[in-house]
Design a protein around this ligand. Structure first.
Ligand SMILES: [Zn+2]
Length: 164
């Protein structure tokens, strides 16, 4: 089983993965990608792309302002219209999905922080992860646990609500 949901922190790209320097950077934005499993791609891309994603080695582009979702060092590239889900990292208009297993969105974090000054989503997600109810490696287009995205969104909103 994948350890993507280890509570501590989402697995970072390992040194082995970055060893192939030069081949793992996004053709559009030049940022290094994060490797994703074929299984994740199968659950994310449009049906006409099911065959091309059979080759291993696809990477996910994490840049917020880049249109590329997945790319392969050999040249294949999938953009927003090529995938079936909204990739929260790359969306600014509601709904901005944060957690794909349980459906939490950016707006839910915002509403909770505005109403109560804090956000309990990470605890609620962690509780579900602990009981084995998450499926991030399949449902999350990044193929990894969403907790990092949720806490990042929280920090941004907490900061902006303090500054207001
Ligand atoms: Zn990119």
């Amino acid at each position: 089983m994948s350890d993507c949901c280890s509570i501590k922190s989402p697995a970072e790209t390992t040194l082995a993965e970055t060893a192939k320097a030069g081949t793992n950077t996004c053709p559009e934005c030049g940022q290094p990608g994060k490797s994703v499993e074929t299984k994740t791609l199968k659950h994310t891309v449009q049906p006409q792309h099911l065959e091309p994603v059979n080759i291993p080695g696809f990477l996910f582009c994490r840049s917020a302002d880049c249109d590329v979702i997945y790319f392969h060092p050999d040249g294949d590239c999938f953009r927003k219209p090529d995938v079936r889900v909204r990739v929260g990292l790359k969306e600014t208009q509601d709904p901005v999905p944060l957690c794909y297993c349980f459906g939490f969105t950016d707006a839910m974090v915002r509403e909770e922080i505005q109403a109560t000054g804090k956000c309990t989503l990470p605890q609620r997600i962690t509780a579900e992860v602990k009981t084995g109810n998450c499926a991030c490696e399949i449902r999350n287009p990044q193929g990894a646990c969403c907790l990092g995205n949720v806490t990042a969104a929280m920090r941004v909103m907490e900061r902006s609500s303090v500054n207001r």
